[in-house]
Design a protein around this ligand. Structure first.
Ligand code: F6P
Length: 375
């Protein structure tokens, strides 16, 4: 008997997704891995995340060609070298209370003859997978998000590449900042989690790092920068997370529009901060929003490898009927944990352990006590 498994990528794209798709496919069609368990498998890619499952008409060949893509070793052979997702992505939420399309998803899973479904995504995509599992579907999740805000896993695909983009871009800014003796405020992604700002900022040696988990005082930032200029440094780099908040103020959004999961698009803090800091310090200031550049580019070695390990593990979980669960990295080993547990809360920076609220920077600890559980 041949088991058909579906695979999709949802939410914001990132590096490492194509590697995970490749290795789910390669492991699923590898007779050495699957045949001895009495199962042969075939893999059907679903295009554009949950949108593909909602839109596809399984009985219509044109619709099948638009919304699905049969995957085999030859199709996916070179995918792991490339960023983004060759299957496409969307922020479609089939359980959107304003337009519930979950029944369509269930009908189409059946219509496509899918034995099981692999959903690669972050909090939103995996919450849909979890709900579908609650309705009887066989699903396995693979964690991806540059925000690294899923708890119970030490790694989410895309994070390492995004971190490296921050390092590369800020290194470029340093030279021009130095030439002009300017202050640069660099805004990074991460939504409500400060991981990219904290670890990206620490890796580039930013003088000030501002994260969503700790409201900051504008005068204190200005005084930290002034102290540094007095010490003789010609320029400064401030790394600020898109979700960081000035004391007593809320998050800044680019628009009030909400996506189908209820999220507004964060952004604008670096622009505001640069203007305020130029006024208070008198230093010529510029702001740079790294934005989607952090999600692009070729995947780092770590993202390629983690995509591989997570992809193979997802196929193992299907063979073992380990459904309603997510692949995770725990204590450096690939493991499986219940989706419910991964989605209970966001994995945010533990300010007490990792952040220095006096210096507004990474805490000067010799070993970072990184915990995979949300604080
Ligand atoms: O969750 C990933 C992420 O890149 C966030 O860091 C960011 O806030 C958001 O997605 C941007 O969303 P969009 O791709 O819809 O612009």
């Amino acid at each position: 008997m041949t088991l058909k498994i579906g695979i999709l990528t949802g939410g914001g794209d990132c590096a490492g997704l194509n590697s995970a798709i490749k290795w789910v496919t390669k492991a699923a069609v590898d007779p050495l891995l699957t045949a001895h368990r009495g199962e042969a498998m075939e893999v059907l890619g679903i295009r554009d995340g949950w949108r593909g499952l909602v839109e596809v008409d399984p009985g219509n060949p044109e619709s099948l060609a638009r919304w699905t893509m049969p995957l085999d070793e030859l199709v996916v052979r070179t995918w792991d070298r490339h960023g983004g997702t060759a299957l496409g992505s969307s922020r479609t939420n089939p359980f959107n209370p304003k337009n519930d399309q979950s029944q369509k998803c269930l009908d189409h899973i059946r219509g496509l003859g899918l034995h099981a479904l692999v959903a690669i995504g972050g909090e939103d995509t995996l919450s849909v997978a979890h709900k579908l599992h609650g309705l009887g579907q066989k699903v396995v999740g693979i964690p991806k998000t540059i925000d690294r805000d899923l708890c119970e896993t030490e790694y989410t695909l895309g994070y390492d590449t995004a971190l490296n983009v921050i390092v590369e871009e800020v290194d470029r800014l340093r030279t021009t900042a130095g030439s002009h003796s300017r202050l640069f405020v660099v805004e990074v992604m991460g939504r409500h989690a400060g991981w990219l700002a904290l670890e990206g900022g620490a890796a580039v040696g930013a003088h000030v790092i501002l994260i969503p988990e700790h409201e900051f005082d504008l005068d204190r930032v200005a005084s930290l920068l002034e102290q540094r200029r007095r010490a003789g440094v010609r320029y400064d780099i401030v790394v600020v997370s898109e979700g960081a908040r000035i004391k007593g103020q809320g998050e800044r959004y680019l628009s009030d529009k909400e996506d189908s999961f209820g999220h507004k698009l964060l952004g604008g803090i670096s622009d505001y901060l640069a203007k305020q800091l130029e006024i208070s310090t008198g230093y010529e200031t510029r702001h740079v929003v790294l934005s989607h550049i952090q999600r692009g580019g070729q995947p780092s070695a770590r993202d390629r490898l983690m995509g591989r390990y997570f992809g193979i593990a997802a196929v193992d979980m299907i063979l073992e009927e380990d459904f309603g669960r997510m692949v995770a990295l725990r204590d450096g080993r690939v493991a499986s944990i219940p989706l419910k547990q991964a989605l209970e809360k966001l994995f945010l920076v533990d300010v007490e352990a990792l952040y220095d609220p006096i210096r507004y920077n990474c805490r000067r600890a010799s070993v970072l006590p990184l915990s995979v559980r949300a604080g």
